[in-house]
Design a protein around this ligand. Structure first.
Ligand SMILES: NC(=O)c1ccc[n+]([C@@H]2O[C@H](COP(=O)([O-])OP(=O)(O)OC[C@H]3O[C@@H](n4cnc5c(N)ncnc54)[C@H](O)[C@@H]3O)[C@@H](O)[C@H]2O)c1
Length: 320
């Protein structure tokens, strides 16, 4: 089997690639950016907006994981037209290209549990009726989900929608709460919490999430939607305390006014994924943060070592 991962150079996508490779599955990454975490995967550089390029990248592919997107909500707010193009037209291009490529048997789409942000219910599962989203990011993800379903109904294209909880772990980009807290704590800056810090999240460790993506290859997942959320409820205050505990030293925790549009947190059930896919997230929050911290420090050390080499080289250069 050979799969193509759009967004395979990104945070979640790169872990999905790792897990697929660990199972011996052949992988091709389609991304605008070079994959930096491993060199042993085929890479097709291009944009989802280039329909022909994307279509050509599907040669010999059995399943497409579609994860490429403008995934940072701050980027969506800053550049809504660009985000709409990538997140909505991009998904449309993926589905349309797959429709015209008979060798591709399924599209596995990376959605978000933010689709539940306006539901009337506090406890939600895949059967919970969704309401129109407030946030543009969520609107683009919901539109993509609907496109998957329309292509299934109208053209018989097979899909699986995975609604990811909030991921954390190595390679996370700076904009998310765990990376921000870790970076600040290591710099000795205060950790700022919007509101009282009692709003909870159920974070999902990124390698657990990646495992859920691999399990979605099972045929039972055809034309189904699954939540992949974490198991532990963690308040923002607990995150700050965990980071403070792991980093050590005198880290201050500061409280400011609540942020507008902050998703208060729903009880998202992942029971269906557990039952049908056998998905069981296993990494506890503190352990996940510890692994993130180790990765962060090793990256910093590697970067310092690289700059050290440049210094050395330039010193030699100027001495001559
Ligand atoms: N990170 C989260 O908090 C989160 C939560 C739920 C769902 N998701 C979804 O999971 C998916 C992956 O998110 P992530 O956090 O890994 O994001 P990321 O930003 O780390 O990775 C996205 C990747 O998509 C690529 N990309 C962007 N535009 C492209 C284009 N036009 N053509 C080809 N490649 C393009 C980027 O280069 C990047 O490598 C996204 O669909 C996102 O909406 C993310």
């Amino acid at each position: 089997m050979k799969v193509l991962v759009t967004g395979g150079s990104g945070f979640i996508g790169s872990h999905v690639v790792d897990r697929l490779r660990a199972r011996g599955i052949e992988v091709r990454v389609f991304d605008m950016v070079l994959p930096t975490y491993r060199k042993d995967v085929e890479f097709y550089q291009g944009s989802l907006l280039d329909f022909d390029a994307f279509r050509m990248s599907l040669t010999g592919i059995d399943v497409v994981y579609h994860l490429a997107a403008v995934a940072d909500v701050n980027d969506v707010v800053a550049e809504p037209a660009y985000a709409e193009a990538i997140n909505v037209r991009g998904t449309f291009n993926v589905l349309e290209a797959v429709r015209r490529t008979p060798n591709v048997k399924r599209v596995i789409y990376g959605s978000t549990t933010w689709v539940y942000s306006e539901t009337l219910e506090q406890a939600v599962d895949e059967q919970t009726p969704l309401l129109a989203p407030h946030h543009l990011y969520t609107a683009t993800k919901m539109a993509s989900e609907y496109y998957c379903r329309s292509y299934a109904t109208m053209y018989g294209l097979k899909y699986t929608i995975l609604r990811y909880g909030i991921p954390y772990g190595p390679r996370a980009r700076y904009g998310a709460v765990v990376p921000i807290f870790v970076t600040k704590a290591l710099r000795g800056e205060p950790l700022t919490i919007a509101g009282d810090g009692l709003q909870f999240r159920k974070f999902v460790y990124v390698e657990d999430l990646a495992e859920g993506n691999v399990l979605a290859l099972k045929s039972v997942a055809e034309n189904k939607t699954y939540n992949l959320d974490g198991i532990e409820k963690v308040t923002i205050r607990q995150i700050a305390e965990t980071v403070k505990g792991l980093v050590g030293g005198n880290v201050e925790i500061k409280y400011t006014e609540g942020r507008k549009g902050d998703f208060g947190g729903k009880e998202v059930s992942s029971a269906l994924a557990r039952r049908e896919l056998g998905w069981e997230p296993s990494v506890r929050f503190e352990e996940g943060v510890r692994r993130y911290l180790d990765w962060y420090k090793s990256r910093e050390l590697a970067s310092e070592a690289a700059w050290g080499k440049v210094d050395e080289m330039l010193r030699g250069e100027f001495a001559r």
